[in-house]
Write a protein that binds this ligand. Structure first.
Ligand code: SF4
Length: 366
């Protein structure tokens, strides 16, 4: 086992490529070591993506889901959340808010459903959004695993980006947090990610940090997975337990929330160093642990922030984890407080700019 010293950390940060062992050393760094890491990642952020953060107006348009992920508060078998699906008018009014406030991009997020009624509805909705905004908005979809044909139809209808979190790139760990069945199949999920990239989406994925059974080796492999996959966008957040889920019974195994938070910041910093031109989201889950958690992530490497513009009466029913922040505030409140805080973190907001992943354009140009 290699001893973590700050001398080691400085030496590692001079390397062109990080190995699994290097990443593990960086993840184990103490306060002084992690500050060296953060200085380096902030420097790389400045140089490669600049000190601008981009908004993605998040619309959680339905919490109905056909899957049963062990960690998720809106999993199919949880009887507590009131299930909802926003109508087109409500969604389009949130889109209008984003457009008029120069967010330039939105994320449409829902639970996963594969039936024709749902997939066609999204296709039609995308067309309506493009009509309303003269195809000027960047549109990210996050509605789970779908067939290649459906992904293509949504891309053709005007979606630019897709987020499909792998949650962990380790197959054994994947089956500790999902059942091993046709609905939750690791290979299928990987295949879906590959299809998204092949079809031409700006492709995003992500993981949870601080899961029960997860160690530094898993996390190090996750970062290498993003790199090898040549991913365009990443969202990583601390795992936050939800009492109404099966994974909650392993609660005693968890590291304290603050440690999960610090580990997430280290993961963001290392990823920025490894993949200089990708988009990295400052996940809302960071704010559930630290009130200025997202801003801390922005400071050291993240460049995407997702203000929630879902009508506040629905937000309380879209709780993938507990203590989700900002569920009572209006979209206006949410974004006003955010701008000032991002400025304090050293970034401007890229109003009116879509903030597409630079990595995507560099990748397809090759
Ligand atoms: S994580 Fe996503 S797919 Fe899994 S149960 Fe929750 S909403 Fe459904």
């Amino acid at each position: 086992m290699i001893k973590t010293t700050n001398k080691n950390i400085k030496k590692i940060l001079l390397k062109k490529e990080l190995t699994k062992e290097d990443i593990i050393i960086l993840l184990s760094s103490d306060i002084e070591g992690r500050n060296i890491l953060y200085r380096k990642s902030a420097e790389i952020k400045d140089k490669y993506v600049g000190r601008t953060s981009y908004y993605r107006g998040l619309i959680e348009f339905s919490n109905i889901c056909s899957k049963n992920c062990y960690y998720c508060g809106i999993r199919r078998d949880n009887k507590f959340p009131v299930r909802y699906e926003l109508d087109d008018e409500t969604i389009l009014s949130a889109v209008k808010f984003a457009f008029e406030n120069k967010f330039a991009s939105i994320v449409l997020q829902s639970g996963e459903r594969n039936n024709n009624l749902f997939t066609k509805r999204i296709e039609n909705l995308l067309k309506k959004i493009n009509k309303l905004t003269n195809s000027q908005l960047g549109i990210t979809l996050s509605s789970g695993e779908q067939s290649e044909e459906i992904f293509r139809s949504w891309r053709d209808a005007g979606a630019h980006r897709y987020l499909l979190r792998i949650e962990t790139s380790n197959k054994d760990l994947y089956y500790k947090i999902h059942s091993n069945d046709d609905k939750h199949n690791f290979e299928k999920r990987l295949k879906a990610l590959e299809n998204l990239q092949k079809i031409g989406y700006q492709t995003g994925t992500g993981i949870m940090i601080g899961l029960p059974f997860q160690d530094y080796e898993h996390l190090s492999d996750d970062l290498l997975f993003f790199k090898n996959f040549d991913i365009d966008m990443v969202g990583m957040g601390p795992y936050i337990e939800h009492a109404e889920t099966p994974l909650f019974r392993f609660n005693k195994m968890l590291m304290p929330a603050k440690e999960r938070f610090n580990l997430t910041l280290k993961m963001i910093a290392i990823l920025r160093i490894m993949m200089k031109d990708i988009n990295i989201a400052a996940a809302t889950a960071l704010q559930a642990i630290d009130p200025i958690g997202r801003e801390k992530a922005i400071k050291i490497g993240a460049n995407i922030i997702m203000p929630n513009i879902t009508p506040s009466e629905n937000r309380k029913n879209y709780r993938l984890y507990e203590n989700k922040p900002c569920i009572d505030e209006s979209a206006e409140d949410c974004t006003n407080c955010l701008e000032a805080r991002i400025n304090i973190a050293g970034d401007n907001i890229g109003y009116g700019k879509r903030g597409d992943s630079k990595h995507y354009f560099n990748r397809i140009a090759l």
